[in-house]
Design a binder for this molecule. Structure first.
Ligand code: NAD
Length: 480
């Protein structure tokens, strides 16, 4: 069975205590590889390597670091198909999705920051005649980057690329549930000869390897994407040490549909925004709010289309949905469907596991599920399920839509469908959310600020926001 390694100080190494964790293929429910169960000692080695590499990496010109990032991007491009297959096998997502979205985006993350850092600049302020202020932007130090399982290489590289571009060295921990493409990334770094210690990748569990990383006094900042409870735990440890933190956390996103929208475009996109990646994208709209005038029409059309969405082997081109990432997560989603029923929800589509034949018979599959008849305050509409489960609720007025949209503890993303330009702007302003999509969904521009408000997180990724986060500003005032 394939055993993957940590990547520490430029080398692929086994965990010091020789312990490994089973890695499952969600499509078959079977263990297919082993990953290091790293301990504090492995993490400390990685941090030490990153500390030692820091000065020479930070001292490189921006253009030299940019060249390294381009080489990594090229390395990903060269192994695109292998990475896509690895991502699909590890995560359960359709291979076509990994091939068209996840891996190209990981390549683009390095490409984007290799160019962004060439153009990055700092400010200077003329205060008075003979007085000038200028701001230096220095790399912070050793960056701890921790990512989740839903978009494994895509989100892992979204942190690593700007951290390295800005001159930090990195210790990164991918999710233990989807470690394979992070491992392949470390192979790419070895192949291209990235200087030792600049990037270190340590595999292992959150409460051991992850916790050792964020608890270390020798890291200088934390960039984390994952669940809100984990984010709160990390903040408790990191905040009293006054280290920089960026926390990208959970969501319960509204998808607000007005009578006057372009119905066909909305319906097509809503199928995606509800169920892409089995509903396991932090930006998916899991609460669909529909103005009463088109509620019935929407419900009938949506249910009909969702019932036809094929759940199948992720390797098949015609599978619209693949497998759920892990058995615990699969059980969690099914338990939420039971909660919805207990709360009085009516299942309009799905609502059950899907059992495939042959090699996939032990895999974890759930039918795309639509639930109706629940009020906004119930658990189903308040808690993040993070699976192929949406609720639909009618509303009458714009004010009611805004109240419903804002009545959760989260505020990551919201989608609004209307052809009334003024209303679109009003809602864009009123809905409490870090990201608003109007008449579209997941149309990404890597220059834009990305992140949430309320319990969806602190800080922003993307564009200059990330480069600002990964640098420390220092103001110099000079009188001449
Ligand atoms: P998670 O919080 O369980 O794990 C995320 C990462 O944190 C993993 O690498 C894990 O090993 C690590 N971790 C766990 N405990 C830790 C600890 N004590 N110390 C340090 N590290 C620890 O989240 P998950 O289940 O992997 O991901 C799903 C969640 O991520 C959902 O809530 C989803 O909304 C969120 N998410 C948010 C965004 C965003 O941009 N806001 C993007 C994707 C996913």
């Amino acid at each position: 069975m394939k055993k993957i390694s940590n990547y520490i100080n430029g080398k692929l190494v086994a965990p010091k205590e020789g312990q490994y964790i089973d890695n499952y293929n969600p499509a078959t429910g079977k263990v297919y590889s082993l990953i290091p169960n790293s301990t504090k000692s492995d993490v400390d080695d990685a941090i030490q390597a990153a500390k030692e590499a820091f000065n020479s990496w930070a001292d490189l010109r921006n253009t030299e670091r940019a060249d390294w990032l381009e080489k990594i991007s090229q390395g990903i491009e060269n192994r695109m198909e292998e990475l896509a297959l690895a991502e699909s096998t590890d995560n359960g997502k359709p291979l076509w999705l990994a091939r068209s979205v996840d891996i190209p985006r990981a390549k683009d993350n390095f490409k984007f920051y290799s160019t962004a850092i060439r153009h990055y600049s700092s400010e200077s302020h003329q205060t008075a005649e003979g007085v000038i202020n200028y701001t230096l932007r220095k790399p912070v130090g050793v960056a701890a980057c921790i990512s989740p399982w839903n978009l494994p290489l895509y989100l892992f590289t979204w942190k690593i690329a700007p951290a390295l571009a800005a001159g930090n060295t990195v210790v990164a921990k991918p999710s233990e549930i989807t470690p394979m493409t992070a491992y392949l990334l470390s192979e790419i770094c070895v192949e291209i000869g990235l200087p030792a210690g600049v990037l270190n990748i340590v595999h292992g569990l959150g409460h051991s390897a992850g916790n050792a990383l964020i608890s270390s006094d020798d890291i200088d900042l934390v960039s984390f994407t994952g669940g809100t409870a984990t984010g709160a735990h990390i903040a408790k440890i990191v905040a009293p040490k006054f280290k920089k933190m960026s926390l990208e956390l959970g969501g319960k996103n509204p998808n607000i549909i007005f009578d006057d929208c372009d119905f066909d475009k909305m319906l097509k996109t809503t199928l995606n925004s509800s169920f892409a990646n089995q509903g396991q994208i932090c930006l998916c709209g899991s609460r669909i709010l529909i103005q009463r005038g088109i509620y019935q029409k929407f419900k009938e059309a949506f249910v009909e289309k969702v019932k036809k969405m094929k759940v199948g082997n992720p390797l098949n081109e015609d599978s619209r949905l693949g497998a759920i990432v892990s058995k615990p997560h699969y059980e969690k989603i099914l338990s939420y469907i039971e909660i919805a029923k207990e709360e009085g929800g009516k299942i309009l589509a799905g609502g059950h596991a899907v059992h495939l034949d042959g090699e996939q018979s032990e895999g974890w599959y759930i039918a795309p599920t639509i639930i109706e008849g629940l009020d906004q305050q119930c658990r189903t509409n308040q808690e993040e399920i993070f699976g192929p489960v949406v609720t639909i609720q009618p509303f009458d007025t714009e004010e009611e839509a805004i109240t419903l949209a804002n009545s959760t503890e989260y505020g990551l993303a919201a989608t609004i469908w209307t052809s009334d330009l003024s209303r679109a702007h009003r809602l864009g302003n009123e809905v409490e959310s870090g990201i608003i999509w109007i008449n579209c969904w997941l149309l990404r521009d890597l220059r834009t600020p990305f992140g949430g408000v309320k319990n969806s997180g602190v800080g922003r990724e993307g564009g200059w926001e990330a480069l600002n986060f990964f640098t420390e500003p220092k103001n110099v005032c000079i009188k001449y």
